[in-house]
Design a protein around this ligand. Structure first.
Ligand SMILES: Cc1cc2nc3c(=O)[nH]c(=O)nc-3n(C[C@H](O)[C@H](O)[C@H](O)COP(=O)(O)OP(=O)(O)OC[C@H]3O[C@@H](n4cnc5c(N)ncnc54)[C@H](O)[C@@H]3O)c2cc1C
Length: 290
């Protein structure tokens, strides 16, 4: 199918793009890599009257270390493949590096953008769960200014974010990995590159042999990326062990109410959530131990 008729703008500067959004926000959508929006338009699931192509805005691309190395900033229009291969990401945000190959296929990652995946807010997408597990924050820009939105406030529902119609996602800041930290991501899908039936991202921080901080986020088990506070509660303050990991992983079912569909029943998704949580926590603990 072909998309419905729309007007197309390709601004050369961020200011121009923000002015277009201020003028047409309600009827417009920004076009990033087009890997989700264009199929949705072709299927007539999305019918924007105006497309604002961000492809020329070099201000929205790039990866850099900030705050004396404490954070890594990724421009929203940075291609997913660039993030996957970037040495700063591999070294300082290894959870993102580990996750990137799970996102779609290389051909799609060549066009798809980091910010596009986050803004699209597909509950089956990997990167929103990783953003939540890392406790990153999102920079929203509009003609009126800019504001930061913490990861836990960014996702507001199915395919919905806290971005206003006249705002765009400009960049994301993620904390750099530090000493005593472990991390892992894994997922289960029918074929590699398919959207996952369930996936889990985890990050742990230990000091003096005790888990000091933990965060766990899942995908494909709710309307958006889903945090697992019950798992965290069991881990924090304890010495990591196989038994602790197993008990914590079992508790993940308290935090999720997964949907059933053609591909998986709610019971199967709960089973996957427990199993995958156990795997990522085990890998994260191994990494803490070095
Ligand atoms: C066959 C196939 C398999 C896929 N498999 C997976 C998968 O396994 N996991 C996965 O996570 N994704 C998957 N995807 C989606 C892919 O990762 C997309 O690249 C991503 O979801 C959207 O990024 P994009 O840059 O292409 O955004 P677009 O498609 O251009 O935009 C998507 C939406 O986000 C909005 N948007 C984009 N950028 C911004 C911004 N900076 N500010 C505000 N709003 C913005 C757009 O207006 C639109 O509503 C798959 C896609 C295909 C076609």
């Amino acid at each position: 199918m072909k998309p419905p008729v729309f007007d197309y703008f390709a601004p050369n500067t961020l200011d121009e793009a923000l002015s277009l959004l201020a003028e047409h926000g309600d009827e417009a959508k920004v076009l990033a890599g087009g890997q989700s929006l264009v199929p949705a338009m072709n299927f007539r699931l999305a019918r924007p009257e105006i497309l604002i192509d961000l492809g020329r805005l070099s201000e929205l691309t790039g990866i850099e270390r900030l705050d004396g190395g404490q954070n890594v900033r990724i421009g929203a229009m940075t291609r997913q493949r660039t993030v996957e291969r970037h040495p700063l990401v591999r070294k300082h945000v290894p959870l993102v590096h580990e996750t990137m190959p799970w996102v779609a296929h290389p051909q799609i990652r060549n066009r798809g953008t980091f910010g596009g995946s986050l803004a699209h807010a597909d509950p089956a997408a990997e990167l929103p769960a990783v953003l939540l597990a890392l406790g990153g924050r999102c920079l929203a820009k509009s003609r009126d200014g800019e504001r930061w939105i913490d990861a836990q406030d960014f996702y507001t529902g199915l395919f919905e974010t806290a971005l206003e119609p006249h705002e765009l996602l400009a960049a994301v800041e993620l904390p750099s990995v530090g000493p005593g930290e472990g991390w892992a991501f894994t997922e289960m899908s029918r074929r590699h590159g398919d959207f996952a039936l369930c996936g889990v991202a985890a990050r742990l921080k230990a000091r003096d042999g005790v888990v000091e901080e933990a965060s766990v986020a899942l995908l494909s088990v709710g309307d958006g990326p889903t945090a697992a506070p019950s798992v965290v509660e069991i881990l924090v303050g304890q010495a990591p062990s196989a038994e602790l990991v197993s008990t914590a992983a079992d508790a993940v079912v308290n935090d999720i109410d997964p949907p059933g569909d053609l591909h998986a029943t709610p019971a199967y998704r709960r089973h996957l959530a427990r199993t995958l949580t156990r795997r990522v926590l085990t890998a994260a603990v191994d990494r803490i131990s070095g």
